[in-house]
Design a protein around this ligand. Structure first.
Ligand code: 5GP
Length: 186
């Protein structure tokens, strides 16, 4: 039996990365997929660890060669999950986590019907705005695009297997570990 595939999705700024990092700390056997993106690196981001940073042409050739399990345009850039490593880690018995936006999660649902889809929701829209603004990583136009996308993404929660409200990182990380265990059972 291949190891589970868990997709963590939800609006930008909801705290997906923090929850995922805590989940990996609690269970280092889980492998976090590294996406390709056309977004330029933020200060401190490392090629091959945070993302594979690619230009639009390189991204398009990966996509056209069928190398991406899913991909989407998000807030002016493209993002996609290389499929090969996901399949390899699952086959080797390591649960795989994807941290992606909602359109990508929908594609995974189609491509991998046994994947577990988890939606991380903010305690309120106001918290989300505060987190996105306070993070200071986006210029005002990019921030507006992300807030618009967030409003759309929040509508999608009902399509997911589980919805977690991110009021407490520990609780969310432990819930994700429970979903990994549940999906590991034959
Ligand atoms: P950021 O630019 O803040 O790193 O990511 C923007 C959004 O793209 C986040 O919601 C993040 O989860 C999502 N994202 C990251 N990698 C992928 C991917 O491979 N596919 C899709 N569909 N979304 C991704």
């Amino acid at each position: 039996m291949t190891a589970p595939l868990i997709v963590v999705s939800g609006p930008s700024g909801v705290g997906k990365s923090t929850v995922v990092a805590e989940t990996l700390r609690l269970n280092p056997d889980i492998w976090l997929s590294v996406s390709a993106t056309t977004r330029p690196p933020r200060p401190g981001e490392v090629e091959g660890e945070d993302y594979y940073f690619r230009d639009s042409q390189q991204f398009a050739s990966m996509r056209d060669a069928g190398e991406l399990l899913e991909w989407a345009h998000f807030a002016g850039n493209s993002y996609g999950t290389p499929g090969g490593p996901v399949a390899e880690h699952r086959a080797a018995g390591h649960p795989v986590l994807l941290e992606i936006e909602v359109q990508g999660a929908r594609q995974v649902r189609q491509a991998v019907p046994d994947a577990t889809l988890v939606f991380l929701a903010p305690p309120s829209e106001a918290t989300l705005r505060e987190r996105l603004t306070g993070r200071g990583t986006e210029d005002p136009a990019a921030l507006e695009r992300r807030l618009l996308a967030a409003q759309e993404e929040l509508q999608a929660a009902g399509e997911f297997d589980h919805v977690l409200v991110n009021a407490d990182v520990q609780q969310c990380a432990r819930a994700l570990l429970d979903y990994v265990s549940l999906a590991s059972q034959p």
